[in-house]
Each structure stands twice: as C-alpha cells, then as structure tokens.
Design a protein around this ligand. Sequence first.
Ligand SMILES: Nc1nc2c(c(=O)[nH]1)N[C@H]1C(S)=C(S)[C@@H](COP(=O)(O)OP(=O)(O)OC[C@H]3O[C@@H](n4cnc5c(=O)[nH]c(N)nc54)[C@H](O)[C@@H]3O)O[C@H]1N2
Ligand SMILES: Nc1nc2c(c(=O)[nH]1)N[C@H]1C(S)=C(S)[C@@H](COP(=O)(O)OP(=O)(O)OC[C@H]3O[C@@H](n4cnc5c(=O)[nH]c(N)nc54)[C@H](O)[C@@H]3O)O[C@H]1N2
Ligand code: SF4
Ligand SMILES: [Mo]
Length: 732
Amino acid sequence: MSRTALRICPLCEATCGLTLTIEGSAVTGARGDREDVFSRGFVCPKGAAFGELDADPDRLRTPLVRRDGRLREVGWEEAYDAVAAAVPALVREHGPQSVGVVLGNPNVHTMAGALYPPLLLKALGTRNLFTASTLDQMPKHVSSGLLFGDPFAIPVPDLDRTDFLLLLGANPVESNGSLCTAPDFPGRLKALRARGGTLVVVDPRRTRTARLADRHLAPRPGSDALLLAALAHTLLEEKLTAPDASGERTEGIGELEVALGSFTPEAVAPACDLTAAEIRTLARELAAAPTAAVYGRIGSCTVEYGTVASWLVDVLNILTGNLDRPGGALFPLSATAAAPRPAGPGKGFALGRWSSRVGGHPEAKGELPLTALAEEIETPGEGRIRVLLAIAANPVLSAPDGNRLDRALSGLDFMVSVDPYLNETSRHAHVVLPPPPPAQSAHFDFAFNGFAVRNQVRYSPAAVPLEEGRMDECEIHARLVLAVSGLHGAPPEAVDDRVIADTLARAVADPRSPLFGSDPAERARTLAGRGGPERRLDLMLRLGPYGLGLDDLRRAPHGIDLGPLRPRLADVLRTRSGRIELLPEPIAAELPRLRATLADRPAALVLVGRRHLRSNNSWLHNVPALTGGSNRCTLQVHPRDADRLGLADGALARITADGGSLDVPVEVTDAVRTGVVSLPHGWGHDRAGTRLSVAAAAPGVNVNQLLDGSRLDRLSGTAVLNGFPVHLAPLP
Ligand SMILES: Nc1nc2c(c(=O)[nH]1)N[C@H]1C(S)=C(S)[C@@H](COP(=O)(O)OP(=O)(O)OC[C@H]3O[C@@H](n4cnc5c(=O)[nH]c(N)nc54)[C@H](O)[C@@H]3O)O[C@H]1N2
Ligand SMILES: Nc1nc2c(c(=O)[nH]1)N[C@H]1C(S)=C(S)[C@@H](COP(=O)(O)OP(=O)(O)OC[C@H]3O[C@@H](n4cnc5c(=O)[nH]c(N)nc54)[C@H](O)[C@@H]3O)O[C@H]1N2
Ligand code: SF4
Ligand SMILES: [Mo]
C-alpha cells in the first residue's frame, strides 16, 4: 500500500513543495505538489531524486566514535559520553576560544540548523565562528548592514512584477536562485519576458540563464564592481536618478557622486572588456524602465571587491527609485520575523569589533573568514583552536586549500561532526553524529521565507516516522548543547524550555508584543506542537507579524499565501541616522583601491566556477540519479584559448594557480568567453577514509586546491573563488 506525504524540498533555496510517494517507510517517488501555494507543482531533477537521496545506503545509520585511531559504530549514549568527557575539560584547560565552530550550508535547510547553533555558540562563549557565508553571501550581509543597519535586510528582486531585471553573477536556471527564493525561477524569468519585460544577464559564461536573456554581457570576471560603479556614475552624471534617491530617506548622495566621480564608463570599460557605450546604454535603460531590479549573486560576491559590488547593486536600486517599491527590490516579511519595531534611528552595523588571532582578519557579522580556519588550528599559542564542532559542513572541499585544512583537522585534540556522511571533512572527527534522512525530519524555512519573492509560509511534519535507532537532528543539536555545557544527561527538552521561557519573559513585558501582559507559564503550557522544536516554532509564529500559530500551518498543508512583497523600508532601517546611508565609511575607503586596479594589467587567463542543475555543492555526488551526463568535473575552455594553448577536447591539461596544480580533462566550448576557464566546485572525492562509494568512483578534482586562501574580499572576509589568475598547459 502506498501513500503520499508533503515535504518541502531542502535541497536548494527554492523551497519547492514536494509530494512524496511512500511505501512502508521508504520514499519511492517525488513530484512537485501542484497545490503548493508557492511552488505550484514545480520540481527539478534534484527534488525528483529525493527518494534516492533519502535512501542512499552510504548514509550513516549510527554515530561513530574514534577509538584507537579508528571510527567505530556506537550507540547515541556512548557518542555523547565521548563529547561530554572531552569538550568541557578541554575548555576548562584552554579557555572558550580553544573551540571553533564551523557551520555549513545545509544548516539553512534544516530546522535544527536554525534553532540550535546560536545556543551552542552562547554555551561555548567562543568567537571562533566560521560559516559557509564567507565562501558565499557575506558581502551581501555587510553591504546591507552598512546601507540599512541590518545585515539580514537584504532586498529581493520583485521577480513577478518587475519590468527590467539586471542579473549579475548568478545562474538561477541551474542554481534555482539564491537570496531570492523563487520556486520555478526559470518560469518566472520566461514570464517576465512574456509580459514584455527585459532581462539582462552579466556573466562571463553564456549560461542557461544568459540564453533566456534579451541581452547577455560577458565581461571580464572580477570586474562587476567597476561596471556597477560606472552605471551608478552614469545615473548621477546624466541626472537620471529618481527624486526619492536624494530625499528624506537617504543621506550622502552628494558624497556618493563625488566618490564615484572617476568611475566613468570610458575609464572602466577596458578593465571590464565592455564598451563605454554598452555601459551607458544599460544605465539609461535601467533608469527608463517603469520598474527595475538589480540582483547580483555568487559571481559578484566571491570576488575581490564583492562587498563593493554588493553595495552598488543596492545603490543602483536606490538611485533608480526601485528600492522598496513593487516591481523593484523589496524586503520580504516572513511569518517568524520579529514583529516590526517603530521607525527611527537604530544601533547601526559595526565591522571588525574583533579580529582573528593569527591573521588579524576583522570579524563580519560575528564571523571570521573560513579561509582563516587552518591557521587558527595550526598556529601555537593562547587561543589556538583545539576543538572543532563542524555542523553540516565540508570545508575540506568547499574552502580554499583543502589539503592544508585536511592536515590541520588531523591535528585537533577533538572534533565533532554532525553530518549524514563520512566525507572529506567528517573523516577527521572523533565523534560523528548523523542526522536522519530528510523524509524523517520536519521542515520549516526559517531563513528562506525572509528572502522569498512572495510572502508565504509552509510547514512539513516528518513524512515518515524516525527509524529505530535514529535521532532527530533537533535532538542531536540539543544534546550537543547540553554535552558541551557540562549538562550531559539532562533532557533535551530543557534546552527548548529555556528558550521558550526567556522569549516569553521578554514578550509579556513588551508593550508592542501581541503577548504583552499575559501569563508566561500559561502561555508556555498552551503552545501547540509536539516537542521543543514545534513549540518554539509555534511561539515564533505567534510573536510574528501575521499572528499565526502552528495549528494554522497544520490546517494548510500546502501552505498559506501571505501576498506579494510590500514596501516596508521604515520598519527595516536600523542605521544610526535612521536613513539609508548611501556612502558608508568602510566602502568609501575601498573605492580608491578599486579605482587603482584600473592601472593593473589584467591576467591573461582567469578561472570561474559553475553549478550544474543536478549538483549541490560537495554532497550530491553520491546519488547515482544526480551524477553522470553533463554533470562532470571538466575544465571548460573557449575554442580560441584551446587552440592558442594546444589543448584538445577531452585531453588532460595541467592548471596551476596560487595554491597548486590540478590535472583536469578539458571541455572545449564557446559557452565561456575567451580569457576565462570554468571548473565546478565540490569535487575531489578521492581521499581515503570516506564512505562515499558512488562519488569516489568519479572523484573529479577539487578546484579550491588552486587557491591558498590569501585572496579575500577585505571588508567581508569572503574568499575569492571567482576571477583568479590561472596558468594552463597541456599535460606533458
Ligand atoms: N570554488 C568554489 N567553492 C565554493 C563555492 C563556489 O561557488 N566555488 N560555493 C560556496 C558556497 S555558495 C557554499 S554555500 C559552500 C558550501 O560549503 P559547505 O557547507 O561546507 O559544503 P556543502 O557541500 O554544502 O556540505 C554540506 C555538508 O553537510 C552535510 N549535510 C547534508 N545534509 C545535511 C543535514 O540535513 N544535516 C547535517 N547536519 N548535515 C547535512 C553534507 O554531508 C556535507 O558534509 O561552498 C562554497 N565553495
Ligand atoms: N544545482 C545547484 N544548485 C545550487 C547549488 C549547487 O551547487 N548546485 N548551490 C546552492 C548554493 S549554496 C548557492 S549559494 C547558490 C548560488 O547560486 P548562483 O549565485 O546562481 O550561483 P552560480 O550558479 O554558481 O552562478 C554564478 C555565476 O557567476 C558567474 N561569474 C563568475 N565570476 C563572475 C564575475 O566576476 N562576474 C559576473 N557577473 N559573473 C561571474 C559564473 O559564470 C556563474 O554562471 O546555488 C544554490 N543552488
Ligand atoms: S528547485 Fe530546489 S527546492 Fe525545488 S525541487 Fe529542485 S532542489 Fe528542490
Ligand atoms: Mo551557498
């Protein structure tokens, strides 16, 4: 007998609703849920492979503990005993800074990852936090922090209503979008064109997204900040800015005009490898469009001036009058967002409140650059990281110079991985705590509802019951919090009860809270939900802006539509001035450096990444349905470059950069522009001691081994992963 169950897909930011077919306790099929209020039946090949991914025989079924140098399968009690015996004692001996925490990407795709890491960090008291954000979107957090006073206030393009979308460094037709949650992104781009709108794509590769565009510009990688600066310059110089750009809600437009004065299209065009006319035309079109949105992602973030480029994206939205208006770029309002506070000046956003011990890297949003992790483990002295907790993270493959990090991890006193796989990173752990497959977990998108192109809310309870011997990931995290705090053995619910009590104590005393004046104990008793995570979700919904509760979500299994994005800038602004601060000081200090790069001679050959529709960073190469075909680790080279360098399609080439050399098969294609080669990330599954049988059979190479971690976007500490110089030659 088969049945169906609904489950929001956790595999990318699009958060599609899936209808799973279930036989017994096995997921035997997955299709798009046509009644889902947001995704309306859309599914991609990854979502469709949910069953195969869920049932991957290489997933760990029990915890592992290292004994006599070898990882052995043990029960949960023994695993937590090992954590509790090691971590508190090491912290007592070496202090809280001797613990590092690494949070990887899937934490934004699990309930546990949203609810517990803040508690873990608080319990540990360490500042050594490293996350995938410094390989990704940290420039966007920093630019939003500086412009709007809140690093999470990231405007999202109003995809469904805009007349003009300028998209830089993103390939949502394959990635399905990022910091812009939009199930069926490709369909939404086609709809934009069908309603007479314009799509302009800026990417050194002719991606599947670029092929949908009215116009594709293929500039030199790393030059987005220059291009965007010239666009802003043109708007200011040609007086094409909207009236509200210099009105009440902003400050610093005069200073901005001066600071961008030398970034003329004529000055930057050679560095971008575009013409000044192309840049001026684009600026004029952007200004003339009834509504427009500028949106930049990975290709404009993970580059040397990623924060400046991210800032300019929103500066353009502001100058054209498109920030915070329908059809432009707006701030979503999720159902679990804190209720808006009254408009007015806020605390602002500070960078560099502390720095990393060895490299002196300034913190950003409380994080240190992931590229600094290895040196923090290797370098002796007080505050050296000896204990590492890695949750849903595979930095050996995802961060620069994995070989160095690999060595560093092997020198830790103690390491815990919360990970379903024994992979390149978790193989170093002393304790591995494996979460259950996704069908056995409930799901709620705490993060992505705040970046969605439409306000909506959906909840999926676990589709199948927890298998015998499994532990829910929320409980895994809660017990980890207890074990590192010296409270091993206390009931995991105690962790959630504490949060609920603290939250309620604040809410009942806050005149603006919907729970003001009520009895906190009574409120705690009457929260809906089974177990701590559901009760916490219920409380967050009740305190949220829509006055919903968990029961409302349960009654609406396909979700609740909360309407299109609405202007709400006044609620969002937290700057000290209470206005948008157009030219923040840290950015102003970067502009002369950026300007000076115009004198540099561009590298002859640079590398960019790419994502394949059936990939997901480093961890889907073990699912047969998602491998093979065009999803291969090849180096794409333009035919003219291949000719010039004597490279043949399919032959091996040696590619060399700061961090080392790799031998890779060449794929000759004119989908990359000249002077640029492309290699995907997340490959290199050839290390011993992993349990990834499918991935190991076609390991590919780790592109991040070409980097030594020294190239960073200074303001955000984000690694440069795109547009770095490489040397390429045929294999002798
Ligand atoms: N060269 C290059 N490098 C890049 C990028 C690039 O574009 N180019 N992209 C960067 C980006 S954007 C990102 S986000 C990072 C990602 O960097 P990471 O987060 O380090 O890498 P992932 O491959 O997403 O690995 C996630 C880990 O989580 C585990 N996992 C999967 N599901 C779950 C779960 O439900 N619970 C738990 N606890 N663990 C789970 C996986 O087994 C894997 O070990 O990579 C970055 N690296
Ligand atoms: N299928 C699939 N989907 C994914 C992922 C995955 O690994 N596979 N990963 C998920 C994650 S963690 C994230 S963060 C998102 C990322 O989602 P996207 O931001 O859409 O990332 P990419 O698909 O890597 O697209 C980045 C594009 O930038 C281009 N580029 C490189 N350098 C430059 C430059 O200097 N300037 C410009 N303008 N363009 C440049 C590249 O050619 C590439 O096409 O995708 C998510 N979705
Ligand atoms: S687009 Fe993303 S969320 Fe939707 S089915 Fe595919 S992987 Fe899942
Ligand atoms: Mo990412």
